[in-house]
Design a protein around this ligand. Structure first.
Ligand SMILES: Cc1ncc(COP(=O)(O)O)c(C=O)c1O
Length: 460
């Protein structure tokens, strides 16, 4: 069933008509899980989609509806779902055991690949998630510099550890969010992305900055873009101040290019945080960077230098199944044009979707860089042209809106009933498996969605 099959239904009614199985599971889940979900990004009215299987660029829900998938495992699946080489590596690893409580050969090969591919990676420490990687990156930077302050950018996401919560979607003044120790926010300085004067002032006002951390293509994979020249400004300021520059490449790593954004733009950070693609769609992460920084995790080097080694256990660090998936994925990315193919699809799908918006007379825009796309639904009704939209100018407008607010939830539902799953941004990440068929479905889904929302009176 689709919105086309229910021409006069609202997108919500069409969604409810085609997803009774998801509705039933959501009703039960709400009795067991807060909001019925396991990740805030899956919150969706009237209820989230329950998926039962996936393959390549598509997935099927529990009612057997088929969707072109741009959720992409929250960005982890640049090779699409169930890539045969990755799956074979995972199954082979599984047959030998899930956890040896010991070092194993795969973690060595995995680290070797990462150091070959990521320019800043002299040493690698595996974690179980991106949140753990960013947490460790800050700790390493503080240990090395002996300073406490961290600079972050408003709107940028680095996971949910205590230093990272304010200034992402609220608390833009840096005050502590619910449950976070108040004093902690004193050590976090929030800056505005692309504001050269602002970040320069922060460095002249504060001599105790340990690190600057940034999503190098901008908040949420370029939803609020960072202009590449700003990265060089950060490189220069941190070098002059003796502070550590951290690129959070949890999304962009192995995606914008095999060596991430740093390989693409030529600005090399001191440390990089990785997750998602690094472990091939299974749980995992890593903090990588200069040897002298990662040496704070090394027993012998720390003892020899008389520095207090940073403690770092973690039951599932470098678990062998994630390692197998990571190796298989990275080897493909290193030896093929998979990143470039996903990027080319991104450019073309954005172009064609903007053509639809222009044909339909809708002043929204589909924008993004590399294999990302974001739909700007223009809540202020600004006079924009979809194909020439410059998102950088609209960052302040986006910053003040709660995520998933306004019409964006209806857009997501409209796309779902027309066979396309994006996140509530609405934003999507593209895999190297998306092809012409998925492109056509996506473009048609956008057209059907704007027509349906116009019928509902939600679009002017
Ligand atoms: C840029 C960025 N950093 C860090 C994280 C946190 O990673 P994880 O969800 O593995 O903890 C994410 C997750 O989406 C992310 O997008």
């Amino acid at each position: 069933m689709s919105a086309t099959a229910l021409p006069n239904a609202t997108v919500t009614a069409a969604y409810e008509a085609m997803t009774p199985g998801s509705a039933a599971l959501a009703a039960k889940a709400r009795q067991l899980l807060p909001s019925g979900i396991a990740h805030d990004g899956r919150n969706q009215d009237p209820y989230p989609l329950y998926v039962q299987r996936a393959l390549g660029p598509v997935k099927w829900d529990v009612d057997n509806n088929r969707y072109v998938d741009y959720f992409g495992g929250h960005g982890a699946l640049i090779l699409g779902h169930n890539h045969p080489t990755v799956m074979a590596a995972v199954q082979e690893a599984l047959s030998r055991g899930t956890h040896f409580g010991a070092c194993h050969e795969l973690e060595v090969r995995w680290a070797e690949l990462i150091t070959q591919m990521v320019p800043s990676a002299e040493r690698v420490r595996f974690t179980s998630s991106g949140t753990e990687a960013t947490l460790m990156a800050l700790r390493l930077a503080r240990a090395l510099t002996g300073r406490e302050k961290i600079v972050r950018f408003r709107g940028h996401f680095h996971g949910w550890n205590d230093h990272m919560t304010s200034g992402y979607s609220n608390h833009f003044d840096g005050s502590a969010t619910s449950g976070v120790v108040h004093g902690l926010s004193d050590s976090v300085l929030l800056a505005d992305p692309n504001d050269v004067a602002g970040i320069t002032r922060i460095f002249s006002d504060h001599k105790d900055i340990a690190a600057v951390i940034i999503e190098p293509t901008g908040a949420s994979f370029g939803k609020m873009p960072v202009v590449p020249s700003f990265l060089q400004v950060l490189r220069d300021l941190t070098t002059q101040a003796g502070a550590i520059l951290v690129f959070d490449e949890v999304v962009t790593g192995f995606r914008v290019s095999p060596g991430g954004m740093q390989a693409e733009c030529g600005v090399i950070p001191d440390m990089t945080t990785l997750a998602k693609i690094v472990s091939g769609g299974l749980p995992g992460g890593a903090v990588v960077g200069r040897k002298d920084l990662l040496d704070w995790l090394d027993f012998k080097v720390s003892a020899a230098k008389g520095q207090e080694k940073i403690y770092h256990p973690g039951t599932f660090n470098a678990n062998p199944v994630s390692a197998a998936a990571g190796i298989a994925t990275l080897e493909i990315l290193q030896s093929t044009d998979a990143c470039a193919r996903a990027n080319a699809f991104g450019e073309e799908v954005r172009r064609r979707m903007n053509a639809v918006l222009e044909e339909e007379g809708v002043k929204w825009a589909v924008y993004g860089t590399y294999s990302g796309m974001h739909i700007y639904t223009n809540p202020e009704g600004a006079d924009i042209t979809p194909s020439t939209f410059d998102a950088v100018q609209f960052i302040p407008n986006m910053m003040n809106k709660p995520r998933g607010a306004g019409i964006t939830s209806q857009v997501r539902l409209g796309l779902l009933v027309n066979g396309v799953d994006m996140n509530t941004g609405p934003s999507g990440t593209i895999s190297a498996m998306h092809g012409e068929e998925e492109m056509a479905i996506t473009v048609d889904a956008l057209r059907a969605t704007v027509r349906a929302l116009r019928r509902e009176g939600l679009l002017h």
